[in-house]
Ligand binder design. Structure first.
Ligand code: R1X
Length: 241
């Protein structure tokens, strides 16, 4: 069956999927696979399939923000994906988790608008514990940089408007950082009965003024993205065993 937005056929989608925001990053990840095939490049959704150490997987970009990303997660699941892992970037809340650090998201605060339209208030957005553990162990085994696991915040706003996001409160409550899609992934996975996890590379500090300070295009961030991609692929192999 053809998925209407991703433009991929369900027969081509394996049980494992690695998802990322950026279509260019999807191409980079696909470069690490054997027997790669590009299935489609539709809107912001670029999909490849291939194998990594013998395990079949799809790699799909989901774009920026929860509503669009949820379309990607939903269609991958409808097409047959049973384990989804997001590799992404996030802003850090803590000086000891600087740019270049990796964080495995064990749960996400649902400050996005989308998941409120999917599930009732209070419903948690949580990672599958096996997927989170596989990601954490794989990231640690790479042996470089800061690796942490914990709660992340998912919001919709990227550049501040008039209202201020209460980052200090999330930080005080123990969240490690903030990004824009993980809650959608965890909630969609819960509703559909599949497992999901996420690892993010910190690309700066979230409470800085993004417009003035934000520069995710550094070697430190690129190295961390490379490490999180390798960790995600190793986690897929661990989970498939
Ligand atoms: O998740 C956030 C969003 O997809 C973090 O980085 C992206 C914007 O650059």
């Amino acid at each position: 069956m053809l998925m209407p937005i991703l433009q991929v056929n369900s027969e081509d989608i394996p049980e494992y999927a690695v998802v990322c925001g950026d279509p260019k990053r999807a191409e980079v990840i696909s470069g690490k696979l054997d027997d790669v095939r590009e299935l489609a490049f539709s809107r912001e959704y670029r999909t490849f399939v291939g194998t990594y150490q013998g395990v079949k997987l799809a790699v799909t970009s989901h774009g920026v923000g929860s509503p669009g990303a949820a379309v990607c997660f939903e269609e991958l699941i409808r097409a047959g994906a049973k384990t989804l892992i997001r590799v992404g970037t996030a802003g850090s809340y803590h000086a000891d988790i600087p740019a270049g650090s990796l964080v495995v998201s064990t749960a996400a605060v649902r400050t996005d608008g989308l998941t409120r339209q999917l599930v009732p208030d209070g419903f948690p957005a949580v990672a599958d514990s096996e997927v989170a553990e596989a990601l954490y162990e794989s990231a640690l085994s790479i042996g470089e940089g800061v690796v942490r696991k914990g709660i992340t915040v998912t919001l919709d706003v990227f550049f501040n408007g008039v209202e201020k996001v209460p980052h200090q409160k999330y930080k005080a409550a123990g969240a490690l950082g903030v990004e824009m899609e993980i809650a959608a992934l965890y909630v969609v996975a819960a509703i559909r009965g599949v497992r999901a996890g996420a690892i993010v590379a910190m690309d700066g500090f979230a409470d800085a003024d993004l417009a003035a300070e934000y520069d995710p295009n550094t070697n430190v961030v690129a190295d961390a993205v490379e490490r999180e991609i390798n960790a995600a692929l190793q986690a897929v192999v661990k989970l498939a065993k």
